[in-house]
Ligand binder design. Structure first.
Ligand code: ATP
Ligand code: MG
Length: 333
């Protein structure tokens, strides 16, 4: 268990993170998500021990580690820039930490081989220079180098952001599999909401040095606690006051701002509580697995909606359709 208790972190006079209270459970895959500059890396670097907080305490289990040197925290780290030794072989890069710890040669060999196998680094790759590897392979080496020391906690700061889109998706699946297999408590930093949703057991959404919401991916997405969270996570329609009052048939909507996810606007009526709203298709965007339409409603509002790709034809521009919305799917702030 990791506990941040009333943490404040400053750079000189500038307070980068404030009032941080957070508990991360053993074995959890926990993600710090938020836009650039919101304090994700600062918080992670404080846990690792590179920065001392200006207030508060950090605990790992029962131990207060707030002022402990990084080497004694037993935390493995992988950052966006691989920070490997480019002129050394993959093997020597992975073995480096064990050599520093003066482990015996045969133990080092056994541990390096074992971790390389787990992370799918081939024997052939082990004896190549790091500089001959692709970005994705180098990031595997960085991961192996961190894990070979058998840390209690793994900290990853945007480890996939230098890689191309396809590789990023492949590696994130592998990372998740590996994390579950090893059961290692993992803190992951990203500004990529899709990465956060697919990887995490829980997510903390940061904004401007504060946490806006902590929850499971489903909670963050379906029950966004603040307007910032609902807007930052995924795509969303912001409803105009006219549309909200039009949809307010059962009187359950408040006179507040309202948002609805694209996929919650339906072509079929599913329940008695669904409100019908007529609309006209004005634009379409073919995405492969789905089609995204822009429609204009009778309330003169543009909405984005999602339809599955049925393999036949796209709905034509100008087509009049009826859409159905359940007021319970509207998030209000
Ligand atoms: N060494 C530093 N000195 C002064 N200010 C800093 C330093 N590092 C970060 N900051 C500031 O602290 C705030 C938080 O920065 P941090 O690096 O934690 O953001 P981040 O959420 O990791 O962003 P990104 O997604 O861009 O990596 C920012 O306003 C940043 O400018
Ligand atoms: Mg950062």
């Amino acid at each position: 268990m990791i506990k941040f208790s009333d943490i404040q972190i400053s750079y000189g006079d500038f307070v980068a993170v404030d009032n941080l209270n957070l508990t991360i459970e053993e074995g959890e895959f926990f993600t710090f998500l938020g836009p650039s500059g919101c304090g994700k890396s600062t918080t992670l670097r404080t846990l690792v021990g590179f920065i001392e907080p200006t207030r508060g305490d950090i605990f790992i289990g029962e131990n207060n580690i707030t002022h402990l040197v990084p080497e004694k925290r037993e935390i493995g780290i992988v950052f966006q820039s691989y920070a490997l030794f480019p002129t050394m072989t993959v093997y020597d890069n992975i073995a480096y930490g064990l050599k520093v710890k003066k482990e015996k040669k045969d133990i080092i060999e056994q541990k390096v081989t074992e971790i390389a196998k787990k992370i799918k680094i081939s024997d052939e790759q082990l004896y190549r220079n790091v500089s001959e590897l692709s970005g994705g392979q180098q990031q595997r080496v960085a991961l192996a180098r961190a894990l070979v020391l058998e840390p209690k906690i793994l900290c990853l700061d945007e480890p996939l952001s230098n890689l191309d889109a396809k590789l990023r998706v492949d590696l994130r699946l592998e990372l998740k599999r590996l994390q579950k297999e090893l059961g290692i408590t993992t803190l992951y930093v990203t500004h990529d909401q899709e990465e956060a949703l697919t990887l995490s057991d829980r997510i903390a959404v940061f904004n401007n040095g504060y946490i806006e919401q902590v929850g499971t991916p489903q909670e963050i997405y379906n029950e966004s606690k603040t307007e910032f969270v609902c807007d930052f996570i995924g795509e969303i329609n912001k409803l105009t006051p006219e549309t909200i009052s039009y949809l307010n048939g059962l009187g359950s909507l408040a006179d507040k701002k309202g948002y609805i996810r694209l996929e919650r606007i339906r072509f079929d009526k599913l329940s008695e509580n669904d409100q019908k709203i007529a609309a006209k298709i004005i634009d379409s965007e073919f995405n492969g697995t789905f089609v995204k339409y822009t429609v204009e409603t009778v309330t003169n509002q543009e909405l984005k909606i999602i339809d599955k790709n049925d393999g036949c034809s796209l709905r034509e521009m100008g087509t009049e359709i009826d859409l159905f919305i359940n007021a319970a799917d509207i998030m209000q702030y």
